[in-house]
Design a protein around this ligand. Structure first.
Ligand code: NAP
Length: 361
């Protein structure tokens, strides 16, 4: 009998849900035993419900094809059969909040890809290499929700993972002012070129809500755990522009940064090269061995060539040089649907399991 933890994917028929299904295929710790979606998909087999809208280039894993999709609103029925839930649904924010809390109240850990709970004070928003200590806030959340085993943990917006790791490695020099422009892939909008042909040969200088998230969410990631939940950091001041570009996957960031104490170029390169977080120390299954890879070539990193580094879980950087207005400028890149979405959430689940927050029911 399998000793793996049983995972349910709520929103498993959608684009991010499909990524979860693919990433958990043959995962050493988790296996997908339940899939839930809207009432429209409920009752069909997974294969039937996703027919004509499987968006990944890899084939649908055999072992999920015959799972009967459940109605996500039947919370007790779905939660009964699983040890944890990954959630990626497209619903109104207040509906997502209520749905995720309902699952957590059944005693089930919920790892969410949605933005609904990113600012709920007692919900940890985690990049496992950067702020694993925020998991401590789960104790406060469990008290509020009246459960000793359930909770919600969330991942941040995909855009920030392209530039926050590189800045975090330099925290000792206290980044004070940061200007970022992100060049974001169309999969971040849940699209491919087939369903968004207007993006071929085009650039759109607007992504709704993205600049606010890109400026504010890093401050929560760098915030601290207090008795009143996570309190965000005041610095650095971050300003962003987020641009949609015609690439399938991968968000590239062009970054300008000033520091309270200016590091040397050698110090920056050394810190990037040697940066390790809790996932690397624990040897988590999805953790990249090298979190930040620096390219010396002046035309790298490139979205198409480098987004899959470390199975899409690594971050790459390049073009570090002194700037005329700020201390330094550089570019950095991450895979938006792997590190930035489902892969980031799976890594959070692995961290939660390794730290004892997720147990078999
Ligand atoms: N795409 C990305 O790269 C990305 C990145 C970061 C975050 N996100 C976030 O992740 C979430 C999912 O995005 P997505 O691109 O995967 O969306 P999507 O492809 O539209 O999939 C949406 C999923 O939600 C389900 N759903 C819709 N209404 C529902 C309802 N009333 N009750 C239960 N389930 C319902 C759908 O089920 P049916 O198939 O039955 O309709 C489907 O499984 C969103 O919150 C999005 O903002 C997406």
């Amino acid at each position: 009998m399998s000793t793996k933890l049983k995972a349910g994917i709520v929103g498993g028929t959608g684009m991010v849900g499909q990524r979860f299904i693919a990433l958990l295929d043959n995962h050493p710790w988790f296996e997908v035993t339940a899939i839930a979606a809207s009432a429209h998909s409920a009752g069909k087999t997974y294969e039937e419900s996703v027919q004509g809208r499987w968006k990944l280039s890899t084939p649908m894993p055999e072992n999920v094809k015959h799972i009967r999709v459940q109605d996500a609103s039947k919370v007790n029925e779905v939660a009964e059969g699983v040890d944890l839930i990954f959630c990626a649904v497209d619903m109104k924010k207040d509906e997502i909040k209520a749905l995720e809390e309902a699952y957590a109240r059944t005693g089930t850990p919920v790892i969410s890809n949605n933005s609904a709970h990113r600012w709920t004070p007692d919900v940890p928003m985690v990049i496992p290499e950067i702020n694993p200590e925020h998991l401590e806030v789960i104790a406060q959340q469990r008290k509020r929700l009246g459960t000793s085993t359930g909770f919600i943990a969330v991942k941040p917006n995909c855009s920030i993972q392209s530039y926050i790791p590189a800045l975090h490695a330099l925290q000792a020099f206290k980044p004070s002012k940061v200007v970022v422009t992100t060049y974001q892939a169309i999969s971040g909008a849940g699209k491919t070129f087939t369903d968004w042909p207007e993006m071929i040969d085009n650039v759109i200088p607007f992504i709704g809500g993205e600049e606010e998230k890109s400026e504010q969410e890093p401050l929560r990631i760098w915030g601290s755990v207090t008795d009143a939940g996570i309190v965000k950091s005041e610095l650095p001041i971050i300003t962003t522009q987020c641009i949609r570009v015609p690439v399938a996957d991968g968000h590239l960031a062009a970054v300008f940064a000033s520091f309270e104490q200016k590091p040397s170029k050698e110090e920056i390169l050394n810190l990037w090269k040697n940066f390790k977080g809790r996932p690397q120390e624990l040897g988590l299954p999805s953790a990249p061995k090298q979190f930040i890879t620096y390219f010396e070539e002046e035309n790298r990193p490139q979205t198409k060539l480098d987004r899959d580094i470390e199975n899409g879980m690594g971050v790459s950087a390049g073009r570090l040089r002194e700037d005329t207005l700020y201390d330094y400028k550089f570019v950095s890149l991450s895979h938006n649907t792997l590190r930035g979405a489902a892969g980031g959430a799976v890594l959070i689940a692995e961290l939660l399991k390794a730290e004892g927050y997720i147990q078999p029911k």
